[in-house]
Design a protein. Sequence first.
Lengths: 223, 77
Amino acid sequence: MSREPTSQSTRALSGVPRDPTSRRWVAQLHARHPRHDQAVAKLHDMLRRAALHELHRRRGQLPGLAGPELEDVAEQCANDAVINIIKKVDDFRGLSRFTTWAYKFAIFEVSAKVARHSWRHQPPGTEALTLERLPDALAARPGDQVERREQLETLTRAVADDLTPRQREVFVAVALNDVPIDVLALELQSNRNAIYKNLFDARRRLRASLAAAGYPIAEQEGR
Amino acid sequence: MTDLHAFDELLRAHDGDAGCDAGVPIMEEYVEMELRGQDPSTRFPGTTIHLRVCPGCRADHDGVLEAARRFGDVAPE
C-alpha cells in the first residue's frame, strides 16, 4: 500500500489557523479563556447534532435503536468527541476549517459506537460464515457457464489452499458474507486497518492464483 | 463475455491504495478540498483509491463531508 502526504509533513507550511473563526475556536477552547465554557457548550451542541444526523444516516446498522436511544448515543458521541478535541486542540494547524476537523471526531465516535452496537447485537459467529457464498457473490451475471464454473472452482480452491488462515477468515467474512470490517475487527480484537490489510493481501493472492491458473483479471478503471 | 466485472469487484485490490490509517489524519483536508470544489485525488491519490474500496472509511468520509455541508462553519459565539 502507498503512503499519503501527511498533516505532519505539511504542518510547517501552515502554522496557525488562517481563518478567523477557526482561530477563535482554538483560543476559546483553552481552559483559561473567559469564554471557555460557552465555547465548549457550543461545540458540544454542534457535534451532538452532527452525530445524531450521522446515526440516522447509519440507522440500517442499528436495529432496535430509535428516538431517545439514538439521542442518547448522539450525546455520548458528542461528549467523547469534545473531550478528545479539547485534549488535541493544539494539534489543530488550520489545514481545514476548525469545524470540519471537529466533525471528524464526532463521525469517528459514531463509527466506533455503531460498530460496537452491531457487534454486541449481531456478532459474526464464524460457524455462520461460509465459503458457499462464493457463487452467490458472483451470481446473476451473464457469462459463459463452463468457463465461469471453472473460474469458480479455481477461486474456491485458492481460498482454501492459498490463503493464510487469517486471510481466509477475513475474506470469507467481509467479501463473501458482508460482515462490516469494523465489526469483524471487534470480533477478532483487531482494528480496521489490520483487517483491511488482511483483506487486501487475500484479494491480491487470489488474483495471482487465478492468473496462474489461466484466468487473469485486469483491474477495472474508475471503480 | 465472462464474469470479469464480478470477479474484479470481489477481488478489488488496487495498486496505490493508501489503506485505512493513512486517511485518518488527512480526512479534514480531503473533505475541505471537496468543499472548495477541488479534486483531492491530486493531493491524496492513495486515499481516493482507498475510499472507492473500503466501505468503513467511505462511510466516515461521507459522514464528515455531509456534516460539514449540512451544519457548516459554526462560530463559537
